[in-house]
Write a protein that binds this ligand. Structure first.
Ligand code: AR6
Length: 173
């Protein structure tokens, strides 16, 4: 098994373009689409994605559900619902940890080998980027340390700035 840190890669890209086994969606509890990365994923996947999501009955904050990727290059979409930042003492860190953990566990259970995460909660949900990047890197590393199913986890920054924060978080670990 490769060392866990060599199975984490930070990339600057549009997550909807990545030919990985699964991309993660930063969704809301309805799972019926929205703005940001959620809107981009639904646009790129096509209406079949919304139809499958309708049958899922929503998703709790910190949990994750899997659908097909339809017109996306990715085979699957793992929809997770991040916390809205409310100052940090309303369980937000634990809920964000839970998003990464449940998404990775679901991926491993489904035999997924390559998975890409956006910066969950770091857009309209307002989670401070440095704190969220620290959680993302730590949780992915912890998971990979005891998993040999997933071969590569991509942490996707939509801009170079986000990637820089991820790189700093990775160096600090
Ligand atoms: N590829 C990669 N990253 C992206 C892309 C993309 N195509 N588009 C945006 N990002 P956000 P949240 C980045 O707001 O904060 C939706 O309406 C973006 O720059 O998409 O978890 C849902 O329906 C930011 O760094 O998600 C929910 O209601 C990160 O993805 C709500 O927003 C997350 O930003 C979820 O809010």
């Amino acid at each position: 098994m490769l060392m866990s840190s060599s199975r984490i890669q930070i990339i600057s890209d549009d997550i909807t373009r990545l030919p990985v086994d699964a991309i993660v969606n930063a969704a809301n509890r309805s799972l019926l689409g929205g703005g940001g990365v959620d809107g981009a994923i639904h646009r790129a996947a096509g209406p079949e994605l919304l139809a499958e999501c309708r049958a899922l009955g929503g998703c709790e904050i910190g949990q994750a559900k899997l659908t097909h990727g339809y017109r996306l290059p990715a085979r699957y979409v793992i929809h997770t619902v991040g916390p809205v930042w409310q100052g940090g003492d309303r369980g937000e860190p634990e809920l964000l940890v839970s998003c990464y953990h449940h998404s990775l566990r679901l991926a491993a259970e489904r035999g997924i080998r390559t998975i890409a995460f956006p910066a969950i909660s770091c857009g309209v949900y307002g989670y401070p980027l440095e704190a969220a990047a620290h959680i993302a890197v730590r949780e992915v590393r912890n998971f990979l340390a005891s998993d040999d199913q997933i071969g590569m986890v991509y942490l996707v920054g939509f801009s170079r700035d986000v990637c820089q924060v991820y790189e700093q978080a990775l160096q600090k670990m």
